[in-house]
Each structure stands twice: as C-alpha cells, then as structure tokens.
Design a protein around this ligand. Structure first.
Ligand code: BDP
Length: 699
C-alpha cells in the first residue's frame, strides 16, 4: 500500500456475514440520471462496491436495494416515503433505509436522496464511508448539509511547479502539459476532495504570478475546471493586484481608476466565457511585499470591491486576505490585522469574504484565535487554516491537526455573549452572514502518497470534514480516517486515534510550550532558532517574540505592555490581562513573567515548567514512535515503514528542539536543568551553528 488511494481504499470486506448483509443492502443499485455528476456516482459505486463486495450490479430502480437520486426524482421518492428533503438544502443529502413494497417481503431499500446532483454525490460518499468503517447500514438515517458554503483548498503552487511551504514533492498541476495532457491524479484529487465535501480549489500561490491571468494559462485553468466540475469543485485563482500594469499594459492599478476597473471587468468576462462556474479571486494585498490598493492610497475595501464588481455579474466571489502587518501606525504585529480591517466592517461588497488566518500572527504551532473573529459583524469572515506543516515540522513530523482546528473553532469569542464560538462566526450563525467559507492551505504534492507520509493525509481529510461541519469532533474524524486508511483492527484503530490526538499537544510542547511562538529557523522555518535577531524587520526575529532576558520570558500583550488583549471582547480582555486567569497554554503569548513565577497547575517555577514541558513533549513523541512500532504486525508493511522512518526523524528533531531551546533560554534564566533529565548532547553554540541552506519549501 503506497498511500496513493488515500482514504478511498475500498478494501474487500473480509467478514463473510457482514459482506453478505452489505451485498443484500446495497449490492444492486440504481443511480437515477445521466448527468456527468450522476455518472461519477455510478462509476464510484461500481468501483467501491466492486472492491468491497464484488460484482455490484446496476439494476432497474424498482429492483434496486440502493437508489441514488437527485432533484425531482429525489423529491418524488421523498414524498412517496414521507421523508423531508428540505433539511438537506442545496448541497446536502438524506440517507434512509425504507421498506420497499415492490421487492420481496422483508427487503428494504436504501435511499440516498438530494436536491442536487452534487448533494447525491456527497451522500454516496457518506454511505460508502459507512461500509469503509464496517458499520451497520440497517439503522442509517442521516440528513446532512454543509454548514459552510465555500470549502476551499488554497494551493501555494507556483507556475514553475515549486510549492511554497510544500513538503510533498512538486505541484500536482503540470502547467507545461496542460491543457492537453490530463493526469489521472487530477481526477483522483477531485474524488478525494468531493468525498469530504471540499467544493473549491485555488490553484495557485497567494504570492501570485500575474501570468496566471494570461490566455495561455487560462486555457490550462479551463481544462482543470472542466475536469473538476462533475465533482462539484469550483476553480478559483490567486491574482496579483498589479496585474493591470504587469500584464495589461496600463500604467496604474489604482482601484478607483476607470481603465483599471474596465480591465478587471474584461478579464472576468474573458474567464467566464470559458469557465461559466469560475469561483473567483483570492488576494494577498499589501502584505509581505505584495502590491495592493494601499499603493494608491486606497483601502482594502476599495481594492476588494473593485474586483468584486468585476466578478459580481458572473456570480464570482472575492476572498480577500487579512494577513497584513505593515501598517503605518507600526503597531505590534499581532494587532495589525484587526486595526486595519475592523474599521472597514460593513464596507465590503456582498460578494467579498475576508479571509483570516486562525491566529493573529502566522500559523504558529499554537496561537490564540485571531481577535478579528467576532469583531466584524457586518462582514463575512472566512477561516484560513494551514494544512501544510510549515511551522510544525514539515512532512516528516506527524501532527494530526484536528485538535488544533477544534481548539480554534470551539474558542469562545464572547462577541454576542457566551456561546459565540469562532465556529459560529464562520458558519454565519452569529451574525447571519450571507456567505460563509473555510480555506485550508494544502499539503498536497506529487509524492506518490500525496502528502509526504501517509499519516499526514489525515490533515487534508479532517480539514474537509470540519469545513462541512465545524462542530464535528477531531477524535471521531481521526477514528474514521484511521479505519478507512490504516486498519480495521479495533485495538489498532484505538491506539492510532490516541496517538493522533496526542500529537499536536506534544509537538507544541517540544517547540513552543506555554504560549511561546515564532522561534523557528529564519526563512525556511526549519528547526529551532530562538536566537534569530538579524532579520530586516524586528517582527521577523525570534528574540522579538520571546523577549527572554535575565528577568523573565514572554511577550507582554496585556495593558501594561502592547495591550493586544483590548482587541478581544470582555470578559476575555480582563481574563487575558492577568497571568493568573490566562490559560497556561497562552501564558507567554500574553505575558512577560519572571523565571520564578509559579505555574498554578503544577506549582513549578516558570523555568522548571518550561524545561518540564520541553522534555515531556519530546518524551511523548518518543512514546508515540514506540507505539507505532508496536503496530507493525497489524499494519501494511509499506505504510508501517513509511511512517516509522518519518517518526524516527521526528524523534530526533523533537530532541533537537528541546535541547536547543532549553540551552538557549538557560543563558537568561541562569538556572539548572533538573539533574534527573538527560543532558543535551551538543553545546548551544553547536546548535546555533547548524545551517540548512537547502531546506525545502521556501518562497
Ligand atoms: C507565511 C509563509 C509565507 C506565506 C505567508 C502567507 O511563510 O510563505 O506567503 O505566510 O500566508 O507563513 O501569505
């Protein structure tokens, strides 16, 4: 098993009784309709049931044990069996087993019904999951509709196939051979996404190459859009704000200039001629050197609205990123996005979503949620998670991101009192948002196993599941994924689920415990480097963030410091202002504390707790690796070995992080590493001298 099949393995059901039952329940199926999407459903059922149950058969509707129908046909069936299809909405589905008077007595029919073809495809994948995890179909009664409209992957893929922050090979888009040569991988990519409900893909890097909007590239984009359409996946593009100058021959890109406006209108019309369901544009503007409306004295809203009005006649959307940190006030970095965007609340056009990274800085191993969530009631905010592990150890480390996503989504913003979670902001419930979205920066590349090693596929998977339902539990998703991808053995699945659930916390402890952040290697972001102090901007340096000195460590973002806590709603503002009421996981994010500060939960000094966490984190990683080793006999040998090799690297790197950070901070604390703990193998100077000129993934 080389991992190419992802979670859609469809291995044969080996339990003979279960197989017979499944065969009776779904072996003879009928897909009503012949649209391209209904054809995809037919193909998937033939393939999946063929592998899991042998010889599936498509039969007449009246003879079928499983009927998949959409639109009017589904409505008729729903009426006949008194089922309420309304709750499925435009994209959801209903799965229900009913008694069928036309088939032999006692037999039942499994109905998968939806208002749209794509809903029927999602329902089909949901039903197949039930077989993949070997659960009974008999009492299945599921109605499910996505809680979020735009469920989108962001590929940071360049046109030369380099993937910025990609650790799994090259870009899967072979721009050179497109549009004529179409890899099977494109179709399998679409299947995988549709199977978890992802319905959009931004093909190119947010640091966008303007050439993507030239006819040469648009013909290639069109080919991908055609391929993805039956799977319900819309194509979006990242665009460079200065495109009118760079490829349009204009001498400005000022959003209030009428020629510029016309240029974008013409460009949009040109795109929609070939791609009638084109999704829209993603924009990184006035951020990390990218051009934007600020270059012409205009606001983000003016820039976004200009693009929005070009897309509006065609039904397209602008996803405008809030990842900015170069404002004129020169505020502390974590405060800037809020300062820049909050005053623009209500000023964006209806087809604009503001896309906000989960935390206020930049995809660190752990961040508190961005205070923008909840702060812009009149602007739809879209979540941006990172799936690729730029700051979490690249693709050798195994970190299941479900618990991290869950932590952010379930965080309480208090924007409308208790119960105002981030999930409720982004699913539109809290502010009745007209449009909702969640984006994930993809971890996909040309590696045979797509994501570097097989366990990392779970992060793509959980992103999709949480975009469909932000309330789903990370643990439940981990279990489903492990069962579909790795094993049907209950105890193996339980062990893997536990490892998955521990992995994020352990990695945070080994890199940035207690709210530390941004102490990784410069540029490539590989490995520990809390000593970085030489980069051009203060807020690119590690020392700016940890602020360790002989008096203590941490960033004072309370009212006595930069007062970032003021950007949160009460009671958070107050709770986060006081170290004793700040959750320990965010302690040094919000406070600079003396080395002998007492950590309440353990009664250790801050120094001892810091050291303890670094060691405990590295220990858990070693335990996870051992646990993995113990599963050898129940796992596929190739899957087992792939992950084992990566985990061996992870163990070494966890110890590297631990040692380098503990030695570095010790210079300031002047306190010993408790005698019972293993001593670091190298000196601090040796760790500092390590360099990685060709570490992967940089921009
Ligand atoms: C940072 C990455 C950089 C991205 C940037 C972004 O290091 O490569 O371009 O985020 O999100 O974390 O735009």
């Amino acid at each position: 098993e080389d991992g190419y099949r992802l979670w859609l393995k469809y291995d044969p059901v080996t339990n003979a009784d279960l197989k017979t039952t499944y065969q009776q329940q779904v072996g003879q199926f009928h897909v009503a309709g012949a649209s391209p999407t209904m054809q995809v459903i037919r193909d998937e059922l033939n393939y999946a049931l063929g592998h899991m149950l042998n010889a599936p058969q498509e039969v007449e509707q009246t003879q079928a044990a499983l009927v998949v129908a959409a639109g009017d046909k589904a409505l008729r069936l729903a009426k006949q069996y008194q089922l309420d299809l309304l709750a499925a909405g435009d994209q959801g589905y209903l799965i229900q087993q009913v008694a069928n008077p036309k088939r032999p007595a006692g037999t039942t029919t499994m109905l998968v019904l939806a208002n749209s073809d794509i809903g029927a495809l999602y329902g089909t994948y949901r039903l197949l999951r039930q077989l993949q995890i070997r659960q009974p179909l008999a009492d299945m009664a599921v109605v499910s509709a996505p809680a979020i409209d735009l469920r989108v992957l962001n590929h940071w893929d360049n046109l030369d196939r380099h993937v910025e922050r990609g650790y799994a090979g090259q870009s899967i888009w072979d721009w050179h051979k497109l549009p004529d040569y179409q890899y099977q991988r494109y179709t399998d990519y679409a299947r995988a996404n549709a199977s978890v409900g992802i319905n959009g893909t931004v093909l190119n890097n947010v640091n966008a190459d303007p050439l993507i909007l030239t006819p040469h590239y648009l013909s290639k984009v069109t080919a991908l859009a055609d391929l993805f359409r039956p799977y319900g996946i819309k194509v979006y593009l990242s665009v460079k704000f200065s495109s009118p100058q760079l490829i349009g021959g204009l001498d400005t890109s000022d959003p209030l200039n009428t020629e510029v406006q016309q240029w974008w209108k013409d460009k949009a019309a040109q795109i929609y001629r070939d791609i009638p369901d084109f999704g829209g544009f993603l924009v990184k503007a006035n951020s990390e050197g990218q051009p934007g409306p600020g270059d012409f004295g205009r606001t983000h809203a003016q820039g976004a609205n200009m693009l929005a009005s070009a897309l509006e006649p065609h039904g397209g959307t602008v996803m405008w990123r809030a990842f900015v940190y170069a404002n004129e006030k020169n505020e502390e970095r974590s405060k800037q996005a809020y300062s820049e965007f909050k005053p623009l609340d209500g000023k964006f056009a209806d087809n604009v979503l503001v896309q906000v990274k989960n935390g206020p800085i930049d995809f660190q191993p752990r961040e508190p949620f961005s205070p923008l969530f909840g702060a812009m009631p009149d602007t739809p905010l879209m979540m941006e998670f990172q799936i690729t592990m730029e700051y979490l150890g690249f693709s050798t480390h195994f970190v299941y991101l479900g618990p991290m996503y869950e932590e952010v989504l379930q965080a309480e913003t208090y924007a409308r009192g208790t119960g105002s979670t981030v999930a409720k902001v982004i699913n539109g419930e809290l502010f009745d948002s007209p449009i909702t979205g969640m984006a994930g920066v993809a971890n996909i590349g040309t590696d045979r196993n797509w994501t570097g090693h097989i366990l990392l596929q779970s992060n793509w998977y959980v992103f999709g599941r949480m975009a469909w339902n932000p309330e789903v539990s990370a643990k439940e998703v981990a279990r489903d994924w492990a069962r579909m991808t790795l094993s049907h053995d209950d105890s193996a699945v339980a062990a893997i689920t536990t490892m998955m659930m521990q992995s994020h916390e352990a990695t945070v402890n080994t890199m940035t415990p207690l709210g530390l952040h941004h102490i990784m290697g410069a540029g490539h972001h590989y490995g520990p480097a809390p000593w970085v102090d030489f980069l051009g901007r203060d807020d690119w340096n590690s020392v700016y963030y940890h602020r360790a000195d002989e008096n203590g460590i941490g960033f004072d973002r309370s009212p006595s410091g930069v007062n970032a806590v003021e950007q949160y709603y009460p009671p958070l503002t107050k709770l986060l202002s006081d170290p004793s009421t700040t959750p320990e996981k965010y302690l040094l994010w919000f406070h600079h504390l003396p080395w002998d500060y007492t950590i309440e939960s353990t009664n250790r000094t801050l120094w001892n707790e810091l050291v303890h966490r670094y060691y405990a984190g590295a220990q858990t990683i070693q335990d996870i690796a051992k646990q993995w080793d113990s599963l050898e006999s129940v796992l596929d040998p190739l899957q087992f070995r792939q992950v084992q090799m990566a985990m061996d690297i992870q163990v070494k790197e966890a110890i590297w992080w631990r040692n380098a950070c503990v030695l570095y901070f010790q210079q300031f604390s002047g306190k010993p590493i408790p005698a019972e703990l293993p001593k670091p193998q190298k000196t601090l100077a040796e760790y500092q001298k390590m360099s990685f000129p060709h570490a992967p993934g940089q921009g």
